[in-house]
Design a protein around this ligand. Structure first.
Ligand SMILES: NC(=O)c1ccc[n+]([C@@H]2O[C@H](COP(=O)([O-])OP(=O)(O)OC[C@H]3O[C@@H](n4cnc5c(N)ncnc54)[C@H](OP(=O)(O)O)[C@@H]3O)[C@@H](O)[C@H]2O)c1
Length: 230
């Protein structure tokens, strides 16, 4: 049995990852900002024989990350999935942009995943073959030109670079780091007209994570296992 910690597990891709890992018999630390309101997650937890527990964690808040790390204690973590994400403001055009929302996008999607690795490093080091997977986006890639979305795209591009750097810095400690574009997914963020379901995306992400090795650390994948140029 592996131990998986997932951020942003209250809905969308994170919720589905939690469901699939729990069904596969893994130990899941499912984290979210507001456990009291996370009804789908709580119902997953109630049917998982204690293998899935729900923990409060706001990835944009260092104190919240530290308090979650304290709750997890010294449990080895085999897979840390940085999944939590936000759009970073409704309007993101040259003419109309919310700078506070842009800063928030960086806190949640660029700095948050770094802090997660930093705070849970002892847990990762205690695992036999630890892996960190960060859910980013094709909008992170220079090979995917797309107008607007300044806050979202820059935060995702930033976290790709952060993760590539961590892959180098953590190589000697045998911690494998990777990034993934989850597809265009039918969630609150992706909308009903998206290409694939959260089930398809999560199945693909789990399969990529299962295949990660230290030799391939630092790569950016698509949900279907292909390498994403960036
Ligand atoms: N859907 C797509 O087409 C698509 C495409 C490319 C990349 N992605 C990426 O995939 C990941 C998952 O997206 P999704 O489609 O599942 O989105 P979603 O349905 O909107 O869910 C986002 C999740 O992130 C959580 N979250 C937001 N801010 C947080 C914070 N500060 N701390 C902790 N959790 C926070 C939300 O929690 P609350 O319930 O508390 O708000 C929710 O659980 C994101 O990183 C997103 O950028 C999605």
């Amino acid at each position: 049995m592996s131990t998986i910690l997932i951020t942003g597990a209250s809905r969308g891709i994170g919720l589905e990852l939690a469901r699939q890992y729990a069904e596969a018999g893994e130990r899941v630390f499912a984290t979210c900002r507001a456990p009291a309101e996370a009804d789908d997650l709580k119902s997953l937890a109630s049917g998982a024989d204690g293998r899935l527990t729900v923990h409060a964690l706001d990835v944009g808040d260092g104190a919240s990350i530290a308090s979650c790390a304290k709750a997890v204690g010294d449990t080895p973590i085999d897979v840390l999935i940085n999944n939590a994400g936000i759009l970073g403001g409704k309007s993101q055009t040259l003419e109309s942009i919310d700078f506070d929302a842009w800063v928030e996008a960086f806190k949640v999607m660029t700095i948050g995943p770094f802090r997660m690795v930093q705070s849970f490093l002892p847990n990762l080091k205690a695992a036999a073959a630890p892996k960190v997977m960060t859910v980013t986006s094709q909008l992170a890639a220079s090979t995917w030109p797309f107008g607007g979305s300044y806050a979202y795209s820059s935060a995702k591009a930033g976290v790709n670079k952060v993760m590539q750097t961590l892959a180098k810095d953590l190589k000697a400690q045998n911690i494998t780091v990777a990034m993934i574009h989850p597809g265009w997914v039918k969630t609150d963020m992706g909308g009903a007209g998206a290409d694939i379901t959260a089930q398809e995306s999560a199945t693909g992400i789990r399969s990529v994570i299962a295949g990660l090795t230290s030799e391939t650390s630092g790569r950016f994948y698509k949900w279907n296992g292909e390498i994403h140029p960036w």
